[in-house]
Structure formats: C-alpha cells, structure tokens
Design a protein around this ligand. Structure first.
Ligand SMILES: [Zn+2]
Length: 380
C-alpha cells in the first residue's frame, strides 16, 4: 500500500509554489486554468453545501477533515480532494475540564491541523466527526457520551457556526467500518459487517455503500446481542450479551483467574492478576510466550463473536466481515480463523461460503478516513 507520505510529497511541492506569493499563486492558477477549470481556489465556503469534485493534480486547495473524538484522545486529519492525507493532529481530550473546554479544544485542534496542512477554514468543504455514544444523527447532537461528559451537546451547530461548512456527525464505530469499506479490508464488498472487540464490542454495517442506521440513532449494537440465555450480566444491564462474554474485559477477567491458578505463568509474571492491567498487548505477549490457557480464552471470545456473526449472516448476508480492535490484534490470523469456523458451523449450508472474515487494515486511521469520506459523500 502506498503510504500517505508518498502522496503527500507532490502536494507539498505544489504548496511551496503557492506559498511564494498570492500573485504567483494567482498566475499559477490562471495558467493551469485550461486543465483545472474552476479550481475553486478563490471560492469561499458558505453554509451552502459545496460540491466536492475530485481533481487531478494539486491545483485545488479544497480539503475535508476527518475527526475521531474519543474519551481519552482526539485525532484530526486533513484530506485533499484526491483523499491524500495532508495534515494530522492528535491530542488528549481532557474531558474532565468540562463541555465548553472540550468543544473549544476540538475547534482549536481543527485550526491547528488546518495550519499544518497549510489550509484555512475557507478551503474546507466539510468535516466528518466520528463520535461515541448515542447521537441524534439528523440534528447532529451528541445525546450522551459519559467518557466525554457530553449530554445533549449540539456539536454540529457549534462547529458549523465556527467553520461555516457542512458538519456530519456519525457513530465512531460506523465511521471505522465505512473507512474499512472505502479504503481498507472491506473494499469492493456489497455488504460489510464490522465487529471490534475491545473493552466493549462495537459493530457497524455498510450495505450498498450506505451506513445502516435507525430512525434517529445508529444501529448494529452487536455487542449487546444475546449469545447465552440468562448468561453473565453485561455492563448494559442485560444478561448474556456478546460483550459480557467476549470483550477484552471478559477475556481479561478469565485470564486473571488462570494466572491466579498458576495456569498462565507468563501473564502472572509480567502483569500479575489485576484485570485492569491485563490489556490486549499483555494477552498477546503471554500467548506468544506460551500461555496456552490465555490463547484458549482469546479463541473462546472469537467463537462467541462467530455466534453473533452467524446471526447477522442470516439476516443481512454480509459478504465481508471485518474484525478489528485490541483482542483481534493480540492474535489476528487465529482470531479471524476462529470467527470464520464458528460462524460457518452455525449458518445454513447455502450461506457457508457466502462470506469472508478479514482483519481490519487501517488501524487508528479508520475512523478519520471513514468520517471524512462519509462527510464528502453526504456533501456532494
Ligand atoms: Zn449488553
């Protein structure tokens, strides 16, 4: 895969030329007018949605922003019209400082990343924001996000007032799945189901190029589908949810017991038996060091994910299942294989060869890429 830096280089050359002076920039644009008609350089972005037309070369200054708003970190990236990444800024969210400060921090981060990309807010066509928690998708309101201390925050309105371009809020997991659909492991699929087992288990689905959603909020809460009737209590208050038996927290709790019983010596030696300390990376190292009991815990998580995936296969017939998140990263190939085996064993014979299970490719960039691409799609 070409790195972002490869695509960044020609753009930088062009920008350096633009920077020399406004006059030169105008000359350069008028000279290239034959091939890049209506580059939009002189246009300003109003409240009116702006059409985003991919342009060859670097004559256009138009850009979009993808924003990943997390409870601990926020990541903003700028993309040019050809979807090359031309700026990137990551900061701590510091949600404990309050809602006003958090919104201010988001705004500052956007200005900073624009500056890094040598763009201004007048060059912005749209911003896509991947946000946690239930959202009012149509109104652009974060209804409740405990990790951010957000409750009914009208984020779209606040950002629209500041930047004057269309702002699109979407669920962060949906943004990640859309990113994988457009640029990663889900490319070319008709229907992509994304499952991300981490501290919880997030899910999302892109069908015929659209993110599946409910009337107001997002959907595909695969983590709270029931896989064991009356099973263990989930953080949501229901019993037997996939998340209660297959999330990183569930696996870490089981792993801690094996460590205490002396059946996972490497894990015990490295991080002890405190669930909070048993993160995915520690699980991964313990498996590599030979803790078979921990490997079984992670593969059991994959088997449960396969149960939930089989149910979705019967409902939507996704052709690609994309798996990501910390637990998958602990042993990617084995985890994906175990999900496939488990799901195939639980679907109708006609569906057994109808889907593939792939490991996510974009890592931390999936949300920003997906959010920005979704915003561009929605803006056109
Ligand atoms: Zn639940």
């Amino acid at each position: 895969m070409p790195s972002d830096l490869d695509t960044l280089q020609p753009w930088n050359t062009q920008t350096a030329r633009f920077k020399r002076s406004r006059a030169i920039m105008d000359d350069a644009t008028s000279q290239s007018a034959k091939t890049a008609k209506g580059t939009g350089k002189e246009k300003t972005v109003d409240d009116v949605p702006v059409k985003v037309t991919p342009r060859k070369g670097a004559a256009s200054r138009k850009c979009s922003i993808g924003f990943d708003l997390g409870g601990t970190k926020m990541l903003a990236t700028v993309f040019d019209g050809d979807f090359n990444q031309i700026g990137r800024r990551r900061r701590r969210t510091r949600a404990f400082e309050g809602v006003d400060q958090s919104v201010q921090r988001i705004i500052e981060t956007i200005y900073e990343v624009l500056e890094k990309a040598e763009r201004t807010k007048d060059d912005l066509t749209c911003i896509g924001m991947g946000c946690p928690g239930p959202l009012d998708l149509d109104q652009g309101i974060v209804l409740e996000a405990p990790n951010l201390n957000f409750k009914k925050v009208r984020l779209r309105k606040l950002l629209q007032e500041e930047f004057g371009c269309p702002i699109h809020l979407l669920n962060d997991v949906d943004a990640g799945v859309y990113g994988e659909y457009r640029f990663g492991a889900g490319r070319g699929a008709r229907c992509v189901l994304g499952v991300f087992p981490g501290t919880g288990i997030g899910g999302g689905c892109v069908y015929d190029g659209k993110i599946l959603r409910g009337r107001e909020n997002s959907c595909m809460e695969i983590g709270h589908t029931q896989v064991i009737p009356n099973g263990p209590l989930c953080g949501c208050g229901l019993r037997g949810c996939l998340e209660a038996v297959a999330s990183r927290l569930a696996v870490s709790a089981a792993a801690a017991q094996f460590a205490l019983r002396g059946q996972a010596p490497h894990l015990l030696n490295e991080v002890g038996s405190d669930v909070a300390e048993i993160r995915s990376s520690a699980l991964s190292r313990s498996i590599k060091a030979g803790d078979k009991a921990i490997e079984r815990c992670v593969l059991l998580s994959a088997e449960f994910v396969g149960v939930a995936v089989a149910n979705v296969v019967h409902l939507l017939s996704p052709d690609v299942i994309v798996l990501g998140g910390g637990l998958v990263d602990a042993m990617p190939e084995q985890y994906a294989k175990a999900v496939l085996t488990s799901a195939r064993a639980r679907v109708l014979p006609s569906a057994r060869d109808s889907f593939e299970v792939r490991v996510a490719e974009l890592g931390d960039d999936s949300v920003v890429k997906g959010a920005s691409a979704w915003a561009q799609r929605a803006t056109v």
